[in-house]
Design a protein around this ligand. Sequence first.
Ligand code: SF4
Length: 572
Amino acid sequence: MTERDVMEFDVVIVGGGPAGLATAIHLKNLLDRHNAQVQASGNGQQLAPEIVLIEKAAEVGAHAISGAVMDPKGLDALLPDWRTRPDKPPLEAEVHTDYALWLTENGGRKLPITPPPLKNHGNQIVSLNKFVRWLAGIAEQKGVQIFPGFPGRELAMDGNRVTGVQLADSGVDKHGQPKGNFQAGAILAGKLTVLCEGSRGSMTKQLVQKLKLDGQNPQVYGLGVKEVWEVPKGQCPPGLVVHTMGWPQDSKTFGGGWVYGMGETEGGKNLVSVGLVTGLDYRDPSLDPHRLFQQYKLNPKIRAFLQGGKMLHYGAKSLPEGGLFAMPKLFGDGFLLAGDSAGLMNSMRLKGIHLALRSGMLAAEAAFECLQKGDFSATTTQVYDQKMRADWLWEELRACRNFHQGFHGGRLMGIVNAGFAQLFGGRGFLWRDNLKSAAGHTFLQQVGPYFGGKGKPVAGKLPEDGALTFDKLTDVYNSGTMHEEDQPCHLVVTQPDLCSTRCVEEFGNPCQHFCPAAVYEMEEKPGSKHGVDLKINASNCVHCKTCDIMDPYQVINWVTPEGGGGPNYQNL
Ligand code: SF4
């Protein structure tokens, strides 16, 4: 058995995104306030817990790509002085113009009114990358220890109690043998572990399965594929927000796109974020979200924002879209879940940063109560759940609780449901409180039935021209993705035989299509049943987790690679 160092902490926070950093900052604020009161009054006991935050990326922010619209409500709650503090947050532009487009294959029309959830006046366009780096600086100033390049591999547990996090080993070769630089991943023992790993977090998934924490509905996801462009000045002004519906998704596939005018960098680059979300509950086994995104940019309405520009960055990320009824139980003995790991996203508004910040704050308040009482069991961590239910965050999530699953019956039904929910406080069509849902991969149809028994479709020529549209490898290059090549594959296929047998016949190997980074390939293998075998180009992986979510047999398990591996989104 491998010997591991054990480092003792009081609170271990996993993930350097908005939720994790908000937990760290707010917990430090609460402790400072408490200690000042104790000192002033002479009553009570000062608290000086050890708090650590780990992040799998080489630097905080390296796995957070630019280009999001943030409701400032979360930041107002976390740092009420953010508008006047000397170290101002790196916000790109305040939204001054927004509208929605209905796209068709060759064009589109502006909707006469912007649907209320897509109204963004007063919200802030942010580079999430820069924003989380700024939060990390504040957390460090307050004394939080931040360890970037430290991926959590599995939770340390004592029965059903989480006792910390075991880090991934480093210096292991691709056959699983230790190399000269082998280092066993240490155990960060924590009285309380706050999981803020992001969407489909690998340890959160283990925990939800082990302790059966699932909500009433299974979680459903979307995949956002996005690029950051430099475009000529005036072509997409800072503060412009455009959301799109309709094409290129078909009427049975959930999705929509955006163009955000981000503003100018210090170096004078005029930046635009463009992206497309595709619901990971689609039916067509040959659907390729990256390809749809490339087609999207060819639409004249979208092309007009980008032409003459240059693509600078690429990224992809899954989004937890299932809403309130898909949220798992958020607390237990020794743990809390926050942010995307907790399924906190408003899919109707395409927003989650403010919810992540707020949930991090509420997790910090629960952690503070645990520290005061010296009790980290569910008896005290349940305070977090109570605080969430009493907060504006819960009210917002209730209002959109049926949005995504409303589209399971197709786009028209989804729009009817969304309208109904607007009028009746989030209820679904026919007054239903919870429009039941199923896991996204169960919607995927087999090749034969989907294509009318005609077998596997022949894909047309990919629309990449190297100027407006790109193939997956070019895009991966522009994500800055790097992994140590000689390490065990972090995409663990538990039944590899299925790929070259049943999956070829039944689904036509959809991993080749849904992965936005060309990680999965079926290569020729003479002598195998169908003459092909699965090849995994793990070093391309941009950590979007789509394979873990959408694999029809659920045999792909995404685990953290060696520390620092993954995309390297720049500080744009
Ligand atoms: Fe995303 Fe999986 Fe492809 Fe990695 S291998 S980029 S997690 S779909």
